[in-house]
Design a protein around this ligand. Structure first.
Ligand code: F6R
Length: 255
């Protein structure tokens, strides 16, 4: 599928640390603005993986040192492995608790991660969509990118209007994520993930990528065809997207 594109903004930072600071500042600004208003919570879409770890560390520092206030924030994570309970060290719920939620003043009842252990996963996925809608939709969504162009666990071939659902992970993603497990055999084969349609409904999207391993994926997302074969390229259909990159991830972009 090829569709017409709109250009995302691109911010290239000198280092991965500077990229994390830039992303943390975007989130802190939105949180700060929201604390001035009492209408409704700010709804953040959050990601796991190696890329956002430093962003979360910086947000925790801002909470500790600058009183960044998460009391009026609701969060929805992109995805979770099927079969891993929230107290499993490789589950994404556990990751979020360790990296962010345990260190800030967010109300844990307002933090959402898909339930990979639900008896009826299809219903759980549908409910997740309902909870996002009830919260008023996602205001600001953080994304990483897979080397195959996946966003969340929407692997190549995922429909542009896909919603939260159970998906099979590709062997490439299983291999990439094996670094967090003792062996590749332990990586779950399925996940529950927000869909591309869900992600594209966020009001603003920040995609962060660092390191040379992401250079090809970033180049293809921004300059390859807009196609479901490369999920990240579909972000070019959204008018409020910023790619925050370090120099290595931006290495293949035209200067
Ligand atoms: C994580 C997620 C994934 C990662 C992507 C990049 O919640 O949805 O799409 O963002 O696999 O992972 P890292 O950051 O580990 O390179």
């Amino acid at each position: 599928m090829t569709v017409v594109s709109k250009s995302p903004q691109i911010k290239i930072c000198d280092s991965s640390d500077a990229a994390a600071s830039a992303v943390a500042s975007i989130f802190a600004a939105a949180i700060g603005q929201q604390s001035q208003s009492t209408d409704r919570d700010l709804v953040l879409g959050l990601a796991t993986g190696g890329t956002p770890i430093r962003v979360y560390r910086k947000l925790v520092e801002m909470h500790d040192n600058d009183r960044l206030d998460f009391s009026a924030v609701t969060t929805f994570n992109l995805d979770e492995y099927v079969g891993l309970p929230g107290d499993h060290p490789q589950s994404y719920r556990y990751f979020m608790q360790q990296q962010l939620f345990d260190h800030i003043n967010v109300d844990l009842h307002r933090t959402h991660v898909p339930d990979g252990t639900a008896a009826d996963l299809a219903t759980a996925a549908c409910d997740y969509e309902g909870r996002i809608r009830q919260a008023g939709g996602i205001d600001l969504q953080l994304l990483g990118i897979g080397s195959n162009g996946h966003i969340a666990f929407n692997e190549p071939g995922s429909a542009a209007d896909s919603r939260t659902r159970v998906v099979d992970l590709t062997s490439e993603t299983i291999e990439a994520n094996a670094r967090f497990f003792d062996s590749p055999d332990q990586v779950p084969r399925k996940a529950i993930t927000m869909g591309i349609g869900t992600i594209l409904e966020a009001r603003q999207i920040v995609l962060m990528a660092t390191g040379s391993k992401k250079a090809d994926a970033v180049y293809r997302a921004l300059h390859g065809p807009v196609t479901t074969e490369n999920p990240a390229s579909l972000l070019r259909q959204h008018s409020q997207v910023v790619f925050v990159l370090d120099r290595e991830a931006a290495a293949r972009l035209p200067s």
